[in-house]
Write a protein that binds this ligand. Structure first.
Ligand code: ADP
Ligand code: YYY
Length: 261
């Protein structure tokens, strides 16, 4: 069975499939926790390290000790890769329903920034309209925020990394690698057909932008796919068929991990 990260029963976590967060994520995690603790009056979200009387910051040694003791963080991260319209989001919904993952869609996070008109909003909009990739630093920051604020320790990170630059930024900023990677392999004609009938009013779901996105996918995403294939982490899924047929290829990947835990 999967276990919740919020408990402190770290000894029961399966070693090879659960990421022990490296010190850089831990530092960011604690930096942010201490920032919350000192800057906002009542942060109820964090439990172990913030008490009402603002404890002194943990030293690096203490942080490392907590990692060694396995107390604060352990995450199971799945990257979900595939071209535009290959069915990543659709299958993520099924994985969430069946295996209780937290779904983080990089595209949704970026679109939310556009709608909220944050300082990055117009840059993101222009980049997406042109079928290009948003700078990694921006996307990784948004993902980090989601990772930190979730009580669930099992994550699907959908539509990320889309380039080697994305991948390397994630490893540097988050300090972790994915436990496993799904790749939805879909022919271009099928992806174009699906995107054009998606009907969600997206600025990038038009034939001109799709052509550019497909070129960018081939040029930038393929090296990422090759990287994880070489590492033995890639599960290639044939993305043609009904949604349920495709899910029957996905299910065993997670069922295997569930059995091990
Ligand atoms: N197996 C499938 N067969 C036909 N259409 C599909 C299939 N899976 C998803 N779709 C549809 O194709 C479109 C793109 O799917 P989506 O999950 O949004 O892809 P992605 O997240 O990879 O861009 C959606 O309209 C979705 O309903
Ligand atoms: N890691 C990412 C993910 C998405 N983006 C941008 C560029 C993508 O064309 C859009 C939409 O991504 P999303 O994953 O929602 O959509 P598709 O899989 O392409 O249908 O967002 C990005 O710049 N970097």
């Amino acid at each position: 069975m999967w276990r919740r990260a919020s408990t402190s029963t770290s000894s029961s976590l399966s070693s090879s499939f659960i990421i022990k967060s490296s010190s850089s994520l831990l530092n960011l995690f604690f930096i942010s926790q201490h920032h919350h603790a000192s800057s906002s009056s009542s942060s109820s979200s964090s439990s172990s390290s913030s008490s009402s009387s603002s404890p002194p910051p943990l030293t690096m040694m203490q942080q490392q000790q907590q990692v060694n003791d396995g107390i604060p963080i352990s995450r199971f991260i799945t990257f979900v890769l595939g071209g535009p319209g290959s069915g990543k989001g659709t299958q993520c919904t099924k994985i969430v329903e069946t295996f209780g993952f937290n779904h983080i869609s990089a595209g949704d996070l970026l679109r939310r920034e556009i709608v909220s008109d944050t300082k990055y909003g117009s840059m993101i909009l222009n980049t997406i309209k042109q079928g290009k990739i948003v700078p990694s630093e921006v996307t990784v920051k948004l993902i980090l925020r989601e990772l930190e604020s979730s009580h669930n320790h099992k994550f699907l990170i959908d539509g990320f990394p889309r380039s080697e630059e994305n991948r390397i930024a994630f490893e540097q900023i988050i300090g972790a690698e994915p436990n496993t990677v799904l790749f939805f392999d879909c022919p271009e004609e099928e992806m174009v057909k699906r995107v054009l009938s998606r009907n969600q009013g997206r600025v990038d779901d038009n034939i001109d932008t799709i052509k550019k996105r497909l070129k960018v996918f081939e040029a930038l995403n393929r090296p990422v796919i090759d990287h994880y294939a070489k590492k033995g982490k890639l599960h290639k899924i044939n993305a043609v068929g009904t949604v349920d047929e495709i899910f029957e290829q996905v299910r065993p990947v997670f069922a295997a991990f569930e059995q091990l835990n």
